[in-house]
Ligand binder design. Structure first.
Ligand SMILES: Cc1cc2nc3c(=O)[nH]c(=O)nc-3n(C[C@H](O)[C@H](O)[C@H](O)COP(=O)(O)OP(=O)(O)OC[C@H]3O[C@@H](n4cnc5c(N)ncnc54)[C@H](O)[C@@H]3O)c2cc1C
Length: 578
């Protein structure tokens, strides 16, 4: 493998990248008030108010909804526009698309209980809103802030249309705990470079706002789309199926865990999650999904619900804080640590807002130019399809494709396996795959985690040997091997002793288990030990070259690295595959 790191490469990359300073942008929390506009005079003046759903697919803690219905005399149009991008629909697998459509269906059903409906329309948001303005003279469009730069063109085009015709445009921050623009401003115009600096900055800003009150939908005057709309746009009478939008199940459906999208399911899940949190707090602990990862039971994760905004992050955050206070009666101060993972989410969003190259190496000022290899033969495909010959990796990659879900520790393992741990392939390949298949795939959160795990943006480098060994981590997290047996049925009868390293099983054991390597299950794609040693020296070389780098993104401390990567306190040697 050509793993040689040349000093020119890194010096060049440092100069190009770390010389960059983040520009301070004007806040996008805009509020454009309707003015007396000449064109308005020529349209019918029934008035109307649009709530434009993108993320934030909920009724609770929805400041945009409150704003949209504050004048109850106006017809109210809750709308979702299928524009081929919104809510992460550009590259999307079956599971996430279905989750989104279930969330829309849930909103539609909730509105229907009050005589309304969610208008689901295919088209470009600016065109849809312009037509509504022509029909009704709508006077305002309200929406939740989508802070990532990938949404900027879409939002700018809607703002420009609204401005042109004199419609008020109102944007509200409720997808994040703090407004990323405020965090950047308080941090002196650049995003905080470490998580600790981020915590420090938000401590200066103060507690995030509590959720806003629910809206009483009973008194709302729901608008009805004119017939002409049905001719000009594709309007769905009820939430479509993924197949209606050209998204099909790609692989055999061996799903064990079925995630259900929608606000009502998310609120019920949060209650279950709070019961687990309660038990954990009573034991004097916190972060239950980290303390005892359960790869087999029903997941208690809320990340898909948070990603689509079916659950308000502020509601979850404050429910946790209040619960902690109730359990400890003020004897312990909760501060931010009990919601530490939610704050990682904030951190990654904030790092991305002014960096449109955040999800790629090219032109990305916070990402190192690690000279990753080009994929050879079918090795990338084997990683994606779960055919690497490492059972823990293969189980995970198959779970991802079939269910859209992976536990955080498992994500770390497959990510480091693809990048600096074993294969030495670019994190961009992994990101693309995750962005398609993960239920909770979030552009900035996913890219941030990939850069972190691959040491591309936060280069206080770990030794590759500590890079979540694909054998040892499996053995530690799920000693019974049931996780592997669930997703890699070829290994069902492999004895526990060999379940994570079947290459060590003698031939007669393989034959008895009905799983002969090379015939029923692939041999390891690489010699892991050899690769780990080679990668470690490449990373050490990189560290040497970067020794004198200017301040840049990096982990806050060794402790943070260990926690993030699920490493043991005592480093474990890598496992050999031959
Ligand atoms: C390579 C890789 C890619 C990832 N991609 C995504 C992604 O696209 N979307 C996503 O939501 N999470 C992503 N994560 C983070 C993490 O794995 C999931 O958020 C977590 O598994 C969700 O489980 P939970 O709800 O039980 O988390 P908990 O530990 O209970 O945390 C609560 C919430 O905090 C947020 N959170 C937790 N961990 C992280 C983290 N490391 N970074 C940012 N936010 C976090 C999530 O919203 C989560 O629901 C990724 C991690 C890795 C290693």
């Amino acid at each position: 493998m050509p793993l040689k790191l040349t000093s020119q490469q890194f010096t060049r990359s440092r100069l190009n990248r770390f010389g960059f300073s983040f520009g301070i942008e004007l806040s996008r929390n805009s509020c454009f008030e309707p003015s007396r506009h000449p064109v308005l005079n020529s349209v019918k003046m029934l008035g109307g108010s649009i709530l434009w759903f993108r993320h934030g697919l909920r009724l609770h803690d929805n400041p945009a909804l409150r704003n949209a219905v504050n004048d109850r005399s106006m017809p109210f149009f809750p709308i979702f526009v299928f524009d081929g991008e919104t809510a992460g629909t550009k590259v999307v697998g079956y599971n996430r698309m279905r989750y989104l459509l279930e969330a829309l269906n849930d909103l539609d059903n909730q509105f229907r209980q009050y005589g309304g409906r969610l208008h689901m329309i295919k088209g470009k948001p600016a065109d849809v809103f312009r037509r509504l303005w022509e029909e009704f003279g709508i006077s305002k469009v309200s929406f939740e802030q989508d802070c990532e730069p990938i949404w900027r063109d879409r939002d700018e085009s809607v703002r420009a249309t609204c401005k042109e015709v004199g419609v008020g445009c109102y944007e509200f921050v409720s997808h994040t705990l703090w407004d990323p623009d405020t965090v950047i401003r308080v941090n002196g115009g650049i995003p905080p470079l470490t998580y600790q600096m981020f915590l420090h900055t938000v401590a200066i800003i103060g507690d995030p706002p509590r959720p806003v009150d629910d809206v009483d939908l009973g008194l709302i005057n729901f608008g009805v789309l004119p017939d002409s709309f049905y001719k000009e746009f594709e309007v769905f009478d009820k939430a479509p199926k993924p197949e209606d939008l050209g998204v099909f199940l790609e692989n055999e459906d061996i799903r064990m865990i079925r995630w259900v999208g929608g606000e009502r399911a998310a609120l019920a899940q949060m209650e279950q999650r709070l019961a687990v949190e309660h038990e954990t707090f009573c034991k004097g602990s916190y972060l239950p999904t980290h303390g005892s990862p359960d790869l087999l039971g029903p997941p208690i994760s809320l990340s898909p619900a948070l990603r689509f905004g079916c659950l308000s992050v502020r509601k979850f955050y404050w429910s946790l804080q209040d619960l902690f206070q109730r359990v400890h009666q003020g004897r312990l101060s909760s501060s931010q640590f009990i919601a530490g993972q939610l704050i990682w989410r904030e951190y990654f969003y904030t790092m991305s807002v002014n960096n449109s190259s955040y999800a790629q190496m090219e032109g990305n000022p916070i990402c190192l130019d690690v000279p990753w290899r080009q994929p050879q033969a079918d090795e990338l495909q084997r990683w994606k399809e779960g055919r690497t010959g490492f059972p823990f990796i293969d189980a995970a990659m198959r779970q991802l494709r079939t269910e859209g879900w992976l536990h955080h520790a498992v994500r770390n393992t497959v990510a480091s396996f693809l990048t600096r741990g074993t294969l030495w392939l670019s994190w961009e390949h992994g990101l693309k795959h995750f962005l398609k298949y993960l239920l909770d795939a979030d552009w900035s959160v996913c890219a941030g985690n990939w850069m972190w795990v691959s040491s591309s943006a936060f280069e206080a480098l770990l030794d590759s040997g500590e890079c979540a060994c694909p054998v040892r981590l499996g053995q530690r997290l799920e000693p019974s091997g049931q996780y592997v047996r669930r997703y890699v049925p070829e290994l069902t009868n492999m004895p526990d002793k060999y379940i994570y390293e079947p290459w060590k099983a003698p031939m007669e054991v393989q034959q008895r288990a009905g799983c002969v390597l090379g015939r029923d299950y692939p041999p390891p794609i690489v010699d892991h030990l050899e690769a780990a040693v080679r990668n470690r020296s490449a990373m050490q070389e990189l560290r040497r070259i970067l020794d004198k780098a200017q301040p840049h993104c990096c982990p806050s401390s060794e402790e943070e690295i260990r926690q993030f990567m699920w490493l043991q306190d005592v480093p474990q040697p890598d496992v050999a595959t031959s």
